[in-house]
Design a protein around this ligand. Structure first.
Ligand SMILES: *Cc1c(COP(=O)(O)O)cnc(C)c1O
Length: 416
């Protein structure tokens, strides 16, 4: 048995592939909307709850538009992401600008949009003041360092390049207060792809405690707390998705015991998740073009790590379904490869799958976050198209595939 379900049938994909050649990414609009609503509903108790979608996970304006319709803002961290949000009509305080090592021009753009700026370092206070002026509302990113245990992707907080130390945070807010900033937020992001729900409750609790300490010392009342992103998704069929209702209920208990008890209610609770918003609802669809049997057995696809590099980059597991063979036994062991001249260009290593013939369509699951977005052009590989499977079952191309002309667009051959 396959272990993971799909929002489309084998026949549907064959029809789509007749129109849009493989490989392509396809996103499930109904799934994205339903998941977005589940998140908002779970946290409906929280004052001013808002999710700012971390654009880097899936920087496609059509996906951002769907999420805007669900009430989400955008979490941006670069000039291009700010520009994308602007093009989708997401501006002002619907944009959370959480960057690091930020170039001056990006602060200028963020100020122009009226975005909420989240500072990554205490030295960014005078830097921002010089290049764009201090806004009325500001947030700072907290790095708890050794006060907090690690997470396998982001690593131990004390090894992470992000954020203020605890001491710097107090100094930073004091400076900001004295320079006339009037509205304050506090941010942290200490996990990535974390599946332990209690990790998120502990993170919220950590910020609640800090909120009280900062209020006590500086008299600052936070308007919002940004719990960051980092919700994991079950890439493996045997993994369990985060129970949002559990995280929400436990967070609420902590909120009442800390913020409310200290008389600091209401503080808005916001998030900036990326992976869990689109990850499970995107699929990389590719065709087997070669079978090669040497010391191991290989299935070569018409996609490569330019379309999805997580397996090559992190050794990440992405589930694979061979369309039309979902019910067949997984009794063949394959490496599923791309065509890059890099031996790590593999979607799966020693994977048990049903017997695969050339021409079979393989669907690689959970490619909706950090999939197309991480694409690159090494070896002259071109990025694939992105399609949206709409609520009514129709399909819209929301980004065409790259062509050689795109690849060569920055070259001037006339001076050769
Ligand atoms: C990547 C990132 C996010 C989103 O993280 P996910 O793991 O995709 O939820 C949020 N905030 C910041 C600052 C990030 O860098």
């Amino acid at each position: 048995m396959d272990g993971k379900s799909l929002p489309f049938t084998s026949d549907q994909i064959e029809q789509i592939a007749a129109r849009y050649p493989t490989p392509f990414h396809i996103y499930d609009e109904a799934g994205i909307r339903e998941n977005a609503r589940r998140l908002v509903k779970a946290f409906s108790w929280a004052p001013g709850f808002r999710e700012y979608f971390a654009v880097k996970a899936c920087p496609n304006p059509y996906i951002m538009k769907v999420l805007k319709e669900e009430g989400f803002g955008s979490d941006c961290s670069s000039m291009a992401e700010l520009a994308l949000a602007e093009r989708v009509g997401i501006t002002g305080e619907s944009v959370f600008f959480s960057s690091n090592n930020t170039p001056a021009g990006e602060y200028v753009k963020a100020r122009e949009l009226g975005a909420i700026i989240n500072l990554d370092d205490i030295t960014h206070i005078p830097f921002l003041e010089r290049c764009a002026g201090l806004p009325e509302v500001i947030s700072c990113r907290y790095n708890p360092g050794p006060l907090r245990g690690g997470n396998h992707i982001i690593g131990h907080p004390e090894e992470a390049k992000y954020g203020f130390t605890r001491e710097q945070l107090f100094d930073g807010y004091r400076i900001l207060r004295d320079r006339g900033v009037r509205r304050f937020g506090l941010h942290t992001m200490v996990a990535s792809n974390e599946l332990d729900p209690d990790y998120f409750v502990d993170t919220a609790d950590m910020l609640f405690g800090l909120t009280i300490d900062i209020h006590r010392e500086l008299g600052i009342r936070f308007e919002f707390l940004n719990l960051g992103g980092g919700f994991g998704i079950p890439y493996r069929p045997e993994e369990k998705a985060i129970d949002l209702e559990y995280v929400s209920a436990k967070t609420r208990e902590r909120y009442d015991a800390t913020i409310r008890a200290a008389g600091l209610h209401p503080v808005n609770i916001v998030m900036e998740s990326g992976r869990m918003i689109t990850g499970p609802y995107g699929f990389l669809v590719a065709r087997a073009i070669h079978r090669k049997n040497i010391y191991k057995n290989y299935i070569g696809l018409d996609a490569c790590m330019a379309n999805l590099m997580r397996p090559a980059l992190y050794g990440a597991y992405h589930h694979i379904t061979v369309l039309g063979k979902e019910k067949l036994p997984r009794d063949h062991v394959y490496d599923v490869t791309g065509s890059l001249c890099e031996n790590n260009d593999k979607f799966a290593v020693d994977r048990l799958l049903p017997e695969i013939e050339t021409g079979d369509i393989l669907v690689i699951h959970d490619a909706g976050a950090h999939g197309h977005a991480m694409g690159f052009n090494y070896n002259g590989k071109l990025r694939s198209a992105e399609l949206l499977l709409k609520k009514d079952g129709s399909v819209e191309m929301i980004r065409r595939a790259e062509t050689l002309d795109d690849y060569f667009a920055t070259l001037d051959f006339s001076n050769l």
